[in-house]
Design a protein. Structure first.
Length: 441
């Protein structure tokens, strides 16, 4: 390894804040883009399938994170269980997920700001967000985590306020109207957007090395975070769609393009867009986006850092900033890659690309789980997954089903994802020294 060690500063409450914060933007935007594909019934079924998968995965992944608390997360687990070649796939898929999720969130941040500054290009705000939160994470993980906890609490409260105002106007007929616009196949087409409800929850594992007591705190952070997120995902879905049907949280009258602001669209139907409460919600709604953006930027830096540490990327990528004990070089790489993706303006496609990385990570991590259980039975496991082998088995089967469905419905984006993985392997085979490939990670 190169570049030094990360600092242990995170307690269980901060890990909950990170776990929820990584994901909570999925309640604020992105999921609504699945409604034209599956309708409310199709997206709801997809969300229930994904909720089961996420719960099973998190409690299985927590065993790996507690047993092997390293910043590399899935990269470390798959390398140890399956060897360096498969480990590279685990690490590469993790990097794709964490590098391409922030540009989609940044685009939504820009869209929210345009509500107040309609004459300004939304990309200006998105790029500014990238700069501010990259610098915050270079400044220090504790500062970033404290900020993350505070803003995550505000984001959760905002979702509860949104539900409190909209649910009195809920009508079941709005949920069932045009429930399956594309038939039952829409359930599978909606899966990437249902997965967005929980995308990046596994990022808690990537800060396990910075937890004060990883064996105890990581489990607590994972468990409470996933339960919080399941509740908020279902609450937000019904509160938004139940107001005026699914079309009203995807499109604005006269605009055929899907929008990244489902909560303001639903809220505007209840109180009107000129109401003071509407502007409060839009303003506070930014907290959820910022929480996820900051959290995933933090964990993306750790995922890239580990590649540099073990020699799968240039040495300087694994460098820790001496004074701050943060992965400044890795965060800089994430910044550049994110800006390039952001400039494409293709939020839905970027979400799907990120989800391809997540589903690959889920599947290969669960394979690693079973291999480590068999090959290293004496490995210290402070937490053991309940319901073994059914819980990790369910996570494995559902992640493979989701991945196969996504390939079928998103062949073009899958080819882009596959191209990125192939380019990564070309680097691995031709530029990574042989001794680094054989080194125990």
């Amino acid at each position: 390894m190169s570049g030094g060690q990360l600092q242990r500063t995170l307690g269980p409450v901060m890990l909950w804040g990170l776990g929820v914060g990584y994901v909570i933007s999925g309640e604020y935007f992105g999921w609504n883009l699945g409604l034209p594909e599956g309708g409310p019934l199709g997206l709801m079924i997809a969300a229930l399938i994904v909720s089961v998968m996420a719960i099973c995965f998190v409690f299985s992944y927590a065993e790996l994170a507690c047993a092997i608390p390293r910043a590399g997360g899935a990269f470390v687990y798959t390398s140890r269980a399956l060897g360096p070649g498969w480990g590279f796939l685990g690490g590469a898929s993790q990097i794709v997920e964490f590098v391409f999720a922030p540009p989609a969130i940044a685009a939504a941040i820009g869209a929210y700001f345009v509500t107040y500054f309609p004459g300004v290009d939304s990309k200006v705000f998105a790029v500014a967000a990238y700069g501010i939160f990259t610098l915050l994470n270079i400044w220090g993980v504790r500062q970033s985590a404290i900020f993350e906890l505070c803003i995550t609490i505000l984001a959760v409260l905002e979702l509860l306020i949104f539900a409190g105002v909209t649910l009195p106007h809920f009508q079941w007929a709005n949920v069932t109207r045009d429930a399956l616009p594309n038939g039952w196949g829409g359930v599978f087409a909606a899966l990437p957007f249902a997965i967005w409800f929980y995308l990046a929850i596994e990022g808690v594992a990537n800060v396990a090395e910075e937890a004060k007591n990883p064996q105890r705190d990581v489990l607590w952070g994972f468990g409470t975070a996933i339960l919080t997120l399941v509740f908020l995902a279902l609450l937000t879905f019904f509160a938004a769609v139940g107001v005026d049907g699914w079309e009203s949280v995807v499109y604005k009258p006269g605009n055929p393009n899907p929008l990244d602001t489902p909560l303001p669209l639903a809220f505007g139907k209840v109180v009107g867009e000129n109401h003071a409460l509407f502007h409060v919600l839009v303003t506070v709604g930014l907290f959820g986006l910022v929480a996820s953006f900051n959290g995933i930027v933090l964990v993306a830096g750790r995922a890239i850092l580990e590649f540099g540490r073990v020699g799968y990327a240039p040495k300087w990528v694994g460098h820790i900033l001496p004074g701050r004990k943060t992965p400044a070089a890795a965060l800089g790489i994430n910044f550049v890659a994110g800006i390039i993706a952001l400039m494409t303006g293709r939020t839905g496609e970027i979400i799907t690309l990120s989800v391809f990385g997540a589903m690959t990570l889920y599947a290969i991590s669960m394979v690693a789980f079973f291999v480590l259980r068999k090959n290293e039975p004496k490995l210290a496991r402070p937490f053991r997954t309940p319901g073994h082998p059914w819980v990790p088995g369910t996570a494995l089967v559902l992640s493979v089903v989701c991945l196969a469905s996504m390939i079928y419905y998103n062949r073009g984006i899958f080819l882009i994802y596959l191209g990125l993985i192939v380019l990564g392997y070309l680097w691995y085979f031709f530029f990574v020294p042989a001794d680094r490939k054989k080194a125990r990670i």
